[in-house]
Write a protein that binds this ligand. Structure first.
Ligand code: HDE
Length: 738
């Protein structure tokens, strides 16, 4: 008998006939929203027959066509070949940089018209809700790498405005490694896995990266950011974003000013510990992606305010740094950040590949009212992004992919090319024409036509770096000085880790030389930890990166007086710390847990917008002291302390003694302690805490503000501790094993 998989195991007659009945009645649901125009959904009862890509209904999707049931497969099997060919081509080249990313849809709303500065319609009309798509990313790793690499994060926003798409393609750090686009391929080659053995993945701790930086002193400011806790965000939702370059605004009177873009997260800017990041990379490499997805699914929509620093054109040369130099920031103390609108991410993509993978950002996607500056890094970017899409998305029609289509109509004479979607029906594909009465025609500025800012340029053609770009250290120093003590320690540890992985000692030494120029103590501490003497004089960071034939003196970095000693905005210490919204709290529970203790804390946390997960010795249900059966969310095998913001041990002597017999529960709390997280319990739990590193705090210090350990079950205190994010001062004890 021939065994037919079509009928087995999926389809019995009932299932099949129900589906067929539905297929008759319900057409596939198509959403009316722009980027879903081509979407097809076979869930939710919109049953459809399986077809080939030509629309032919398929009768058997389980067996290829063969010459006899035990015979060879026939070339004739066009269904097998179509399916296999499509599968064989399912991967496209990943992004050269920023390959690993996660995206979401949302809206942008303006608070007040900015018509004084810019004529951009979406920055003038406070009634408009501009749709956006945002993609967050790491830079160095491949598409499948961990979210928790120590790395810069991309923060790219596509605004679908009424005047065309505007892309603000920024990062979570306000400066960049290099000053000129011509160095970008070198920088990226240096940070990517080394070419001979393709290691390490998604990590900058290797020789080629530090070799490059140590020869490129202009990287020092960005290196400080990249080694700081900013490179280890708690969540995409808790990151700042920056446009990095100086851009221009143009108003309707054609007046121009300079502008720097910022994104300020309403939940504050928060980071995690390096040891924690490394652990998460194993326990849940999708940690940031999952966090974003789950927050949006739960209706906890991430929000950022758009911030602007406006610099009058007359002030172009007012500062000791050059506004065109992307390795410099403008301290917020000098020019405050004006918060002008809010972006809310409120919808997850329907399909990762179609949207998040195929979205194509480009700093050159611009609208009237916004223009470029002559920042040589930005100028180079204006070439690179379209070019990269040609190979990544396969041809010049990538703007027709639903996620990339503008909301405003597209009319031009570009035709044909790979995968052209639009069917242009007119005879004319040239301009000027008379057959179509000149249409499509040029738009005057008053009609919304884009006119580049008429900047006067009278110059000699040179391959040179402006001397105004030569100060490589003063802002690196300002950054280090602005960090809190724990943040400074994390920087020292990060340099020690990264340089400690560098094999060539002369590269370590050269980096130490550069660090002496930033901060003597920093350099001494890193040198000490590496077991190296501090170089007496730094190796001169010459010639590399400035000009080929200028004489040596000209090419040495110059020293300028820092614009400011310290800038509070550069530290995360003073960030938002008054909310536990969306924070994840692990409750360690076992049979016999006290109902009242569990419910009281759980409800208080939920009321304040946190989430609570019950973790126990095994999965399934536990029985509370009051005899109630409650289902737990995870066990010590499936869950880990590093995935939570805080841990609570509800009362109940029986539950607590059961937990004390399980080494993993002790480990769970030890890790939370080591990573400086809030830990809470009631009177019964003190015995448990005495088995853990928490005892270091000392019973007398528990419940004291600043210790982060609450032992009286006081919900307000515990919530205050979680909102404080971390108790980094615990790291000073240095008794906690790594
Ligand atoms: Fe990019 N960058 N970049 N970059 N960049 C790309 O474009 C490039 C730079 C940034 O989620 C690529 O579509 C050059 C600075 C983000 O899809 C590529 C230079 C900043 C993303 C490219 C820079 C960025 C990219 C790779 C130096 C912060 C991800 C794939 C001149 C302001 C966008 C792609 C997404 C992606 C080129 C420097 C941000 C190769 C040549 C500075 C957030 O075109």
């Amino acid at each position: 008998m021939v065994f037919n998989f079509v009928e087995f195991p999926f389809n019995n007659h009932i299932l099949k006939s129900t589906l067929m009945a539905k297929a008759e009645k319900k057409p596939a649901k198509r959403s009316s929203s722009k980027i879903d125009d081509l979407s097809v959904n076979t869930e939710n009862g919109a049953a459809q027959f399986l077809t080939t890509n030509q629309g032919l209904k398929i009768n058997d999707n389980n067996n290829s066509l063969k010459a006899g049931e035990r015979g060879p497969t026939l070339l004739e099997d066009f269904i097998l070949r179509e399916k296999t060919t499509h599968f064989d081509h399912e991967r496209i080249p990943e992004r050269i940089v920023h390959a690993r990313g996660s995206g979401a849809h949302g809206i942008f709303k303006l608070y007040e018209s900015l018509d004084k500065y810019t004529k951009a319609a979406f920055l003038n009309d406070t009634s408009a809700e501009t749709p956006v798509f945002v993609r967050f990313s790491t830079v160095a790793g491949s598409r499948g790498s961990s979210d928790l690499a120590r790395d810069v994060r991309g923060f790219a926003v596509k605004f679908y405005t009424s005047e065309g798409n505007y892309d603000l393609v920024g990062n979570n750090m306000p400066v960049f490694f290099i000053q000129d686009a011509i160095k970008f391929p070198d920088l990226v080659h240096a940070v990517k896995p080394e070419p001979h053995h393709e290691m390490p993945q998604a990590a900058s701790a290797h020789d080629t990266f530090w070799d490059f930086n140590s020869l490129m002193p202009e990287s020092m400011h960005m290196i400080m950011w990249a080694m700081s806790d900013r490179a280890l965000p708690r969540s995409f939702r808790m990151m700042e974003g920056f446009g990095v370059h100086t851009f221009r605004f143009i108003n309707s009177k054609n007046e121009s000013c300079f502008v720097k873009f910022h994104w300020k997260p309403l939940l504050g800017v928060h980071s995690i510990a390096w040891d924690e990041a490394q652990n998460i990379s194993g326990k849940d490499p999708d940690f940031h992606r999952r966090d974003l997805w789950e927050a949006i699914e739960a209706g906890n929509f991430p929000e950022w305010e758009l911030g602007l620093q406006i610099i009058p054109e007359a002030d172009e040369f007012k500062y000791s740094f050059d506004l065109l130099d992307p390795t410099k920031l403008i301290p917020e103390e000098l020019i405050p950040v004006m918060r002008v609108g809010k972006m809310t991410l409120n919808r997850n993509p329907d399909n990762f590949f179609a949207e998040t993978e195929q979205v194509a950002f480009h700093p050159g996607h611009i609208v009237p009212g916004i223009d470029f500056s002559n920042d040589p890094l930005l100028q180079g970017r204006l070439f690179s992004y379209t070019d990269t899409q040609l190979s990544r998305l396969g041809g010049p029609n990538f703007h027709e992919i639903p996620i990339n289509r503008p909301l405003s109509p597209v009319h031009n004479n570009q035709r044909d090319g790979h995968m052209r979607q639009t069917i242009n029906t007119s005879r004319t594909n040239y301009h000027p024409n008379s057959i179509s009465e000149g249409s499509p025609m040029q738009a005057k500025a008053a009609e919304g036509g884009f006119v580049s800012h008429a900047e006067r340029i009278d110059a000699v053609k040179v391959r040179e770096r402006s001397k105004s770009f030569f100060d490589h250290f003063s802002q690196a120093t300002m950054f280090f000085k602005s960090q809190s003590k724990p943040e400074q320690q994390h920087l020292i540890d990060a340099f020690t880790f990264e340089l400690g992985k560098v094999e060539k000692v002369y590269i370590r030494e050269r980096m130490l030389g550069l660090l002496t120029q930033v901060d003597k103590t920093l350099a001494e501490k890193v040198a000490g930890a590496l077991g190296l003497p501090l170089p007496k004089a730094p190796e001169k960071p010459i010639n590399h990166g400035v000009s080929a034939d200028a004489n040596e003196n000209d090419t040495e970095p110059i020293k300028v007086k820092p614009v400011l000693e310290k800038s509070a905005a550069l530290s995360m210490e003073g960030t938002v710390k008054d909310t536990v919204k969306t924070r994840k709290v692990a409750f360690l529970v076992a049979n016999g847990v006290k109902d009242a203790s569990l419910d009281k804390m759980k409800n208080a946390l939920l009321d304040n917008g946190a989430t609570v997960k019950l973790i126990s010795l095994k999965q399934g249900a536990i029985t509370t002291e009051g005899g109630n059966q409650i289902t737990v969310d995870g066990s010590f095998l499936t869950d880990a302390s590093v995935l939570y913001d805080a841990v609570y041990i509800p009362e109940g002597k029986k539950s607590i003694s059961a937990l004390m017999t399980e080494p993993n529960s002790i480990h769970f709390v030890n890790e939370a302690y080591k990573h400086c997280k809030a830990i809470g319990t009631g009177a019964d739990g003190v015995a448990f805490l005495q088995e853990t590193f928490v005892k270091e705090v000392g019973l007398e210090n528990m419940n004291i503000e600043g210790a982060g350990v609450v032992t009286d079950g006081n919900a307000d205190k515990f919530i205050g501790c979680i909102a404080a994010h971390r108790f980094w001062n615990r790291e000073d004890f240095r008794k906690v094993p790594a």
